[in-house]
Write a protein that binds this ligand. Structure first.
Ligand SMILES: Nc1ncnc2c1ncn2[C@@H]1O[C@H](COP(=O)(O)OP(=O)(O)O)[C@@H](O)[C@H]1O
Ligand SMILES: [Mg+2]
Length: 237
């Protein structure tokens, strides 16, 4: 068995997320039990509204669960306050969203350097330059988001997400706003970066082919984990 306790990066147990809406309380995630191991690539799939983004937000510590326990390495995320969660996120977790979420008034280089400046890193711009080179955008350092194509914006978002050398990269429908070919290139890049930067990758997508590129797929339906599929285990067992 390779699943020693040390290799578990995220451990979600007996977890529920209930949010209040005008119509009353809504059960968004129900009885989630899930472990993600260091270095794994995991695809989270499921229909729209099934709770994929909510699950990712829980992993990022951006949404606090209603009950249950969420561990990130040795940190009990479900017991921390917002400031403590922000610290862990800043140090260990990179996130990319469907809508890129770049700061429009900052250049590609400034956007990438931002988390490094927040973290008080030495030479943030030097490292940001190297990151933009990693994503093939060294010629776009001084461009603003509006001057970049969708694919280029997502590359900047990836460079920014990796700036603090996170152990975990969370990607929520990262190709959702891109055409097929550009999306494919961004996904290739995400898998390349997973290898070179040694990050654990959790990729949310409604595209099962895309999820199939991950080592393991987790299917979410109506807020529940419907199935997990690990081809490696399937072969052995
Ligand atoms: N802040 C919120 N308050 C109430 N319901 C929400 C909130 N955010 C999401 N939901 C609901 O939670 C469910 C899951 O949403 P989401 O996690 O975004 O699903 P997915 O990413 O799979 O499309 C949906 O039914 C959505 O309407
Ligand atoms: Mg979503």
């Amino acid at each position: 068995m390779t699943s020693t306790r040390e290799s578990v990066l995220i451990d979600i147990s007996d977890t529920n997320l209930t949010l209040s809406s005008r119509a009353g309380a809504v059960d968004i995630l129900r009885d989630i039990n899930l472990a993600i191991h260091t270095g794994e690539t995991v695809g989270i799939v499921g229909p729209s509204g099934s709770g994929k983004t909510s699950l990712l937000m829980v992993m990022a510590g951006l949404e606090q669960v209603t009950s249950g326990r969420v561990m990130f390495a040795d940190h009990e995320m479900s017991a921390l306050d917002e400031d403590q969660l922000a610290l862990i996120r800043g140090e260990h977790i990179g996130i990319v969203f469907q809508s890129f979420n770049l700061v429009p008034t900052m250049t590609a280089l400034e956007n990438t350097a931002l988390p490094l400046e927040f973290a008080g890193a030495t030479e943030p711009f030097e490292r940001a330059r190297a990151l933009l080179e990693d994503v093939g955008l060294e010629h776009r350092n001084d461009h603003f988001p509006a001057q970049l194509s969708g694919g280029e914006r997502q590359r900047v978002a990836l460079a920014r997400a990796l700036a603090s050398k996170p152990s975990l990269l969370l990607a929520d429908e990262p190709t959702g706003n891109l055409d097929g070919q550009t999306g494919g290139e961004v996904i290739d890049l995400i898998f390349d970066l997973h290898k070179t930067h040694n990050t654990t990758l959790v990729l949310v997508t409604h595209d099962e082919t895309l999820a199939g590129r991950c080592q393991r797929q987790i299917k979410i339906e109506d807020g529940c984990v419907k199935s997990t599929y690990n081809p490696t285990i399937a072969e052995v067992g």
